[in-house]
Design a protein around this ligand. Structure first.
Ligand SMILES: [Zn+2]
Length: 480
């Protein structure tokens, strides 16, 4: 007779579990979605590029890269997905069957090798470089930044800042190589190459070769196709975690198992915080974030149809970099698909940086081409891109100091420069530029005639009317 109450208790217990599970299933956090078992790289020929991309996004497929010249898209596929593509009539070629345990070519560098390399450069060039950890990852690795400038230990408001980074995505092993080549060129060329000497004297050049060392460690130790960081076990796509427009336009995934998982909240990841800490502190004029592969130059914004407010400046510069490299320029949604939470949108919208993503290597090279065959070729080719931006710092634009503002009002961003095009009666506002906390400013412009007005806490101040900007920068200080 005792077992009837026992059964009732058991029933109630099971019922409560069912209710709890139903709630959990709705919240989407506890039931693991289907995890695709991907090991195959496949290449699809497309007829309508954007329709194909939408189709792949709809099925949560993983796009690895594109070849716009030969009309193909590379996908990372499970056997089920291969079947699905065939059923839907796609023309598919198998490129490679990946052995994920097979590490990349040993010529590429591990997180420890990157750290050693940078320490060595810093020891050889103590006046020209400053090595700094931007923070630690969940596995305790430092995210290293190296600053290159004369008298590097001192922050100089008169110098323009520029920022380069590699490896937001763990498997993109070529990207730190481009950074290290840049560090070598700038340090070794100082004092012997006139152009490099000028750049290093006049600017603070910040280089972060490896944004995502934890993910890269996983590439070397257990999964050569790993893309995300390793937070929460499943990892977050660091380049979908930045706060501006985070998770807003179907340009990332809310599923922890997706390769474009945006993370639990905007800017949640240690890598994101480390990079934004540097950007917020230095206020770079330009940046390049290196990725692979597809041979593209990408500028803001990432969401379908969105354009940068100052596109008349930002887009031609991207187009010129593309011309120099033989890469295709455009926004992410024009060239690939919508991206939300990407780093460049936050740099641009919140920190006034003119930022670019460069996707190096073509689909024949992929993520990890032979080091001996492709490393030097790729880094040498890519010099033209970063060299162009270094040189563009002294091209058309306005730079100087705003004097007379308090430290507090500068820190709050209450001092601005309003830049108007078409001086006089028909002028239109081109940009409102927040002056940096150290009182410096550097605005990149196209040649033309401008009115520039200093604004303090919303109140207009002095206007410099009819400033003519030609093919080189105009240096001008303002006093409030
Ligand atoms: Zn990438």
């Amino acid at each position: 007779m005792l077992w009837r109450p026992f059964l009732l208790v058991l029933f109630l217990f099971l019922a409560s579990l069912a209710v709890t599970n139903a709630v959990r299933a709705d919240s989407g956090d506890f039931f693991a979605p289907w995890i695709p078992d991907r090991t195959t790289i496949g290449r699809v020929e497309y007829f309508d590029y954007h329709l194909a991309m939408l189709d792949f996004r709809k099925h949560d497929m993983e796009v690895l890269g594109v070849d716009l010249k030969h009309h193909s898209i590379d996908l990372y596929l499970s056997q089920d997905e291969i079947q699905l593509l065939k059923t839907n009539g796609y023309k598919l070629t198998i490129v490679e069957e990946k052995n994920l345990m097979l590490a990349p070519d040993a010529g590429y560098k591990t997180p420890a090798e990157i750290a050693t390399y940078l320490r060595d450069v810093n020891q050889r060039y103590p006046e020209l470089t400053k090595l700094e950890s931007l923070g630690k990852t969940v596995e305790g690795r430092d995210i290293w930044a190296i600053k290159i400038s004369t008298n590097a230990s001192v922050a100089d408001p008169a110098k323009s800042k520029i920022f380069f980074n590699g490896m937001h995505h763990a498997r993109e092993v070529m990207t730190p190589e481009i950074m290290l080549d840049m560090v070598d060129r700038l340090t070794q060329g100082y004092g012997s190459d006139n152009t490099i000497t000028k750049w290093v004297e006049n600017n603070e050049i910040w280089v972060v070769p490896m944004v995502n060392p934890d993910g890269n460690n996983r590439v070397w130790t257990s999964n050569s196709m790993w893309r995300k960081n390793v937070a929460y076990g499943q990892g977050v796509d660091v380049n979908r975690n930045y706060p501006f427009a985070w998770g807003t336009c179907n340009g990332s995934s809310g599923s922890a198992y997706s390769d474009t998982y945006r993370g639990p909240s905007a800017g949640s990841e240690l890598e994101t915080k480390a990079i934004l800490g540097l950007v917020a502190r230095t206020h770079p004029v330009f940046s390049i974030s290196y990725h692979s592969y597809s041979e593209l130059v990408i500028y803001p914004y990432g969401c379908d149809g969105a354009r940068a407010e100052t596109r008349s400046v930002i887009e031609p510069i991207g187009t010129e970099i593309g011309r120099l490299l033989g890469y295709s320029p455009g926004t992410a949604w024009e060239l690939l698909y919508s991206v939300d939470g990407g780093d460049i949108d936050t740099y641009y919208n919140q920190y006034q940086v003119l930022p670019y993503v460069i996707e190096v290597n073509g689909s024949n090279e992929g993520f990890q081409p032979s080091y001996a065959k492709w490393r030097d070729k790729t880094v040498e080719k890519n010099r033209a891109g970063w060299r162009y931006l270094m040189e563009r710092l002294s091209g058309p634009g306005l730079k100087g100091q705003v004097r007379g503002a308090s430290v507090q009002e500068l820190a709050k961003g209450e001092v601005s420069l309003k830049v108007f095009t078409g001086a006089g009666g028909t002028r239109t506002l081109f940009e409102t530029y927040r002056v940096n906390p150290d009182g410096s400013y550097h605005i990149i412009l196209n040649p033309g005639t401008f009115d520039v007005e200093v604004v303090r806490a919303g109140r207009s101040g002095q206007t410099n009317a009819g400033l003519v900007i030609g093919n080189s920068r105009l240096d001008l200080d303002f006093t409030l």
